[in-house]
Write a protein that binds this ligand. Sequence first.
Ligand code: F6P
Length: 352
Amino acid sequence: MNGAVRAVVRGAIVKGCDAYAIYEGYEGLVQGGSMIKQMQWEDVRGWLSEGGTLIGTARSAAFRERWGRLKAAKNMIVHGMDALIVCGGDGSLTGADLFRSEWQGLLAELVSAGELTEEQIQGYEHLTIVGLVGSIDNDMASTDATIGAFSSLSRICQSVDFIDATALSHSRAFVVEVMGRHCGWLALMAGIATGADYVFIPEQPPNAEKWGDEMCAIVNAHRKKGKRKTIVIVAEGAIDDQLNPVTAEHVKTLLVEKLGLDTRITTLGHVQRGGSAVAYDRMLSTLQGFDAVDAVLESTPETPSPMIGITENKICRKPLVESVALTKSVATAIKSKDFGKAMALRDTEFEE
Ligand code: F6P
């Protein structure tokens, strides 16, 4: 995400715009003052490789309320800002589009309350919103990769490589729980990239009655071929086809009781969100950040808010509202066990 902020700041400066960083997400926009800072070229020096977010992030209860969005709108006008580039997940992007749709009403209310004058709002009749997707979960529909996902995947692979030392030495089994919320991308890709024995993901729930036997049969077959270590990766959102959670504890119990394997659980937790960004994320955040600035400059009051994505290795713009809605529909289809629908929805193409 720091790479994205760096690219937006520098892209904006190159294009002759003023760039402001809003600290602590929407909370900073509501509070204003020192939370909003004009950024210069050198302010983002060294940010490309940094993990986390150097301008902070927070869940803002105030921005969910109209009074909070009124304060946010006033702060935008006071700073002369007429465009907002938001980097986040579906909640942040939905919030941004709501802000845009209410914009004229918010300004009118601020003027009638005497908070702003007619002169102050002249030239600010329209708010431009552009979305960038930052999430380790890689759970946004209509883009192949979200900013942060490949760094997190890399951290998981590195951690499993470290775990391998003990697994191999003691001939142990490890059940590794990885993040991803309701999305199995991190678990699945980590399973492929580490040569894991078995992977549990929400998108392909195993049969509730049989999965234990099936997993043990596969692990046993690998052991019989002479494998000294066993790695089973469990996505935190993994479920069976009866929607019961598949937990690392349950997997461990089966490996111990059915196969007699000396088994440990490792929950990777927040190490998956730290460390320096991998090359792919540096490239993605930079290209997308620069395109976000272009998207702001090319937008018109009629243009729907775009979300900057990447498909087939090309940076692209997708309709923000539809992409968020599609992401939610995929999640709903998975929750209601309609996996065919989920897959079809995920492949939806928007008209150019
Ligand atoms: O969405 C990113 C993510 O890291 C998920 O993978 C995980 O479920 C969640 O956030 C953890 O959130 P928190 O840091 O609030 O516990």
